[in-house]
Design a protein around this ligand. Structure first.
Ligand code: MN
Ligand code: MN
Length: 462
């Protein structure tokens, strides 16, 4: 394989830069699943997409070219453009997840210790805990008041905002700490975020003069968000690295950002889907939550929300019978778009060089993921892989086929198996990442561009 930069003409480089600039901007304001879904709906509505519920309420029939979206609890989204062919012939689906590893606030997070105020956290997804200390962190999420009022919280992203963070021990006193295994150098209960050190003024009627620092923080939250300590009970606040997505490398060939697993695939899928003209087949894009903890729950891919949406769509197309949905699913194709561990020369011992994915060699297909004996993997059919090779070559999309690391080195899963279990043809397909699951992950712009090209070719021709 050759580095794809060598093959690019000026128009490729211009298009690549345009898409990657937009991606960086999108990432910087879409760090958590709720923000991705909110911003995706905004873009989709600008392009003429309408909430499926409007059709359902008015029992309005769907027609060729109609653009609809289904918002599942502000954390997952399914979009559809109705094609010219009957839906029972199957649809072409792009699916990616929008949640990323992070620290969630516990239900009772706020406490004071030695005149420091802290937020107690519970980590979400697979993280190396030691990577989360001594970096600037931000708070993103929502507080829902008892009356149902939802307040968006973002602190730490504006230049004028303060940041917060987790402290580490100085090396001078770290002799015992440095003997520990990396998995316990920093432990889960040690990931408490320092958020304040200034006491509030004591009032006359103050009988107990304790927790003044914590009370000062509560005053700040009251002023800014009209929030009481109890309101943490019905909040979802995530602690994520503070700061924008950046060009990476002196040649600007890469992007460094938080949460590129899997927003790099989510953004390129959404962008390709929206840029795709009406096709023969109905096309769909799924942006889904909870992949990092097993795709569980109402907003994860294992939920029936996507199937239910398809059932509603079949109904509005004049196919109320269940058999229509069954036929639609069995005839459908999907790219489960998720990131792949790109070859890193600094960690070559866990990679199989002949079956690894490489930066700047294009979009990555992964016939199977899983761990050990392919456990938990979706193993795509050779016939489907052949069909895709053909589509990619016809559309001059540069691609590579890889595994995730050496056979016994570990492994991982994606959402691929879930729709495959519904009898959809599914293969894993995505962008290579360095430092995956670290606070700041790195991707290659050329691979993002090839993923975008791949998704458009797939939607049109699968
Ligand atoms: Mn992923
Ligand atoms: Mn992941």
């Amino acid at each position: 394989m050759e580095n794809v930069w060598k093959k690019y003409k000026d128009e490729d480089i211009n298009r690549l830069s345009e898409i990657c600039d937009d991606y960086r901007k999108f990432l910087s304001i879409s760090k958590i699943e709720r923000e991705v879904i909110k911003n995706s709906i905004l873009i989709a509505e600008q392009r003429g997409f309408v909430d499926l519920n409007t059709y359902i309420k008015e029992n309005k029939k769907l027609e060729v070219g109609d653009k609809i979206y289904v918002n599942n609890r502000n954390k997952s989204l399914a979009l559809f453009v109705i094609g010219r062919e009957d839906i029972t012939n199957g649809i072409n689906i792009l699916g990616a997840h929008v949640d990323s590893p992070r620290l969630d606030l516990k239900a009772n997070p706020l406490y004071e210790e030695n005149e420091f105020a802290y937020l107690d956290t519970h980590y979400y997804g697979g993280i190396k805990k030691y990577q989360w200390v001594t970096i600037p962190l931000a708070l993103h999420g929502v507080v829902v008041k008892k009356n149902g009022e939802v307040m968006d919280v973002v602190i730490g992203e504006d230049e004028r905002d303060p940041v917060i963070g987790i402290t580490d021990l100085l090396p001078h006193l770290g002799k015992e700490q440095m003997k520990k295994e990396a998995s316990v150098v920093i432990e889960g209960e040690g990931l408490d975020v320092l958020i304040g050190s200034m006491p509030c003024e004591e009032t006359e009627e103050d009988s107990k003069k304790e927790d003044l620092v914590k009370r000062n923080i509560l005053n700040i939250l009251k002023n800014k968000y009209n929030m009481d300590e109890d309101d943490f009970l019905s909040a979802e606040i995530e602690v994520v690295p503070a700061g924008r997505a950046r060009d990476f490398g002196l040649d600007r060939s890469m992007i460094m950002a938080y949460g590129q697993d899997d927003k790099v695939c989510a953004y390129s899928s959404l962008r390709a889907f929206l840029d795709c003209p009406t096709c023969d087949k109905t096309i769909s894009c799924i942006l889904v939550d909870k992949e990092e903890i097993g795709s569980v729950g109402a907003t994860g891919m294992c939920s029936t929300f996507y199937e239910n949406a398809l059932l509603e769509i079949c109904n509005l197309l004049g196919h109320p019978e269940n058999v229509a949905l069954a036929r639609c699913l069995s005839n459908s194709y999907m790219l489960s778009s998720d990131v792949n561990a790109a070859y890193d020369p600094l960690y070559s011992d866990v990679m199989d060089k002949r079956n690894a994915s490489y930066f700047n060699q294009g979009v990555v297909f992964c016939k199977y993921t899983g761990s050990r004996g392919k456990s938990g993997s979706n193993d795509a059919n050779a016939e489907y892989v052949a069909k895709l090779r053909n589509i990619m070559d016809r559309n001059s999309v540069y691609f590579q086929i890889s595994e995730l690391g050496k056979v016994d080195a570990g492994g991982g899963g994606t959402i691929a198996y879930i729709l495959a279990n519904k009898n959809v043809n599914v293969i894993d397909c995505g962008v290579g990442v360095l430092s995956m699951h670290a606070p700041w992950e790195v991707t290659a712009k050329a691979d993002i561009y090839e993923a975008y090209k791949c998704y458009i070719a797939f939607l049109k021709e699968a």
